[in-house]
Design a protein around this ligand. Sequence first.
Ligand code: ZN
Length: 104
Amino acid sequence: MPKALGCNYEAPTFGARYPDGTCIDGFMWDLDSCDEPGGPLTSGGDTPCPWCNTRAHIEWRDTRHSGNARQRRTAARALVAKVRAWAEARSSFDPAGRFQHGAA
Ligand SMILES: [Zn+2]
């Protein structure tokens, strides 16, 4: 990965109809899993973020591509734009506009 993972992606992730998942270092965490407002999240970290960790997200979804490794790579590459568009549409934030965690 050329750049650090982690973005402002927040979207319905863990089955809720509201954005219940947020991206931390490239993986989705369950916003409902903290005991206090602003507290640490205790559940998540398994789902690659579809916005900044797109390739891993595609693999995680097991898109069941057939064919050899080269064909699967081509298919995954074609999916990246599609998945990122999907992710951006779902996110309650603008993940592209404010990409860096903690950046001013
Ligand atoms: Zn992300």
